[in-house]
Design a protein around this ligand. Structure first.
Ligand code: AMP
Ligand code: MG
Length: 269
């Protein structure tokens, strides 16, 4: 698994072309081997989360983006399942409403950044403000086009203040999306998730790909890297996300704090 994260990373400043990415790729990993690796990654994530919590000085922010049926919910369910719920917050960003509409677009996002010791997961994020907003012209170009720099500045500020950031684009093919929509329609346990609006969005596929590509080119930075996860195969997606999260937490060099009292003199019956 050593080079997986490296292969999936969007190199800062690179002119990545999404069309060159195969959403069905599994980078030579077999399904059976992946299952074992996933199990070990989830065990390790639980240990690392415990250390992050104990240290209590920094936090981890995980940003998930992807087209409808791209697997954001499934990734959270599967990859975060081994974590202690007390140390995790999940925030789903919807169409802004109420006070959100009366503030700048980063206001609700900053408010949801995880506190020290915790892992925060964004199911959609501030990137919607350069994705759906751009694709549907919800703001004029002079407004959304300035947001890439603003987002980089915002993320740099967070990272300089102790928030480690990692961002995943769950990338599926258009055929795979059609397959998943059909499964949703046919399955009573899933068809509540289906919205006719999703089919409308599907008509904007190429515009979304263009918007994703610009987002990756402009906003993959050293302090807040983007990873493109080939996500047609859920087992590979889960393995890749768990592996990158594990390596990210490992690279933070987390340590248990020293006890605040001198424990050697403590006596009790
Ligand atoms: P879902 O994730 O399926 O529950 O849908 C949430 C919807 O909210 C999606 O269609 C997003 O595109 C939309 N959304 C999220 N953030 C924004 C935003 N900042 N502006 C407009 N729409 C948004
Ligand atoms: Mg949806």
């Amino acid at each position: 698994m050593k080079n997986l994260a490296h292969h999936l990373l969007v190199d800062p400043g690179s002119k990545i072309k999404l069309a060159d990415f195969d959403p069905g790729s599994t980078h030579g990993v077999g399904k059976a081997a992946a299952a074992g690796h996933l199990t070990r990654n989830l065990e390790q994530l639980a240990v690392l989360q415990h250390m992050l919590y104990a240290e209590g000085q920094r936090s981890l922010l995980v940003v998930l983006q992807g087209i409808d049926a791209g697997g954001k919910d499934g990734t959270i369910q599967r990859v975060m399942s081994g974590l202690n719920p007390q140390g995790v917050t999940v925030t789903s960003f919807k169409v802004p409403e109420g006070a959100e509409k009366r503030h700048d677009y980063l206001w609700r996002v900053h408010n949801a950044v995880p506190e020290w010791g915790k892992i925060g997961i964004f199911n959609r994020s501030h990137y919607e403000d350069v994705l759906v907003v751009r694709v549907h012209g919800l703001a004029p170009k002079p407004v959304w086009s300035k947001r890439y720099d603003q987002i980089n500045d915002f993320e740099r500020m967070l990272s300089a203040n102790g928030v480690r950031i990692v961002k995943f684009l769950l990338y599926i093919g258009k055929d795979e999306q059609a397959k998943r929509f059909r499964q949703r329609l046919d399955d009573k346990s899933k068809n509540w998730k289906f919205s006719p609006a999703d089919l409308k969005e599907r008509e904007y596929w190429d515009q979304y790909i263009g918007a994703y590509q610009d987002m990756l080119r402009k906003c993959s930075t050293k302090h807040a890297p983007w990873y493109v996860i080939p996500s047609n195969n859920k087992w590979f997606r889960n393995l890749a996300v768990s592996q990158i999260l594990r390596e990210t937490l490992e690279s933070m060099d987390l340590k248990f704090p020293k006890p605040s009292a001198d424990l050697s003199g403590i006596k009790f019956e």
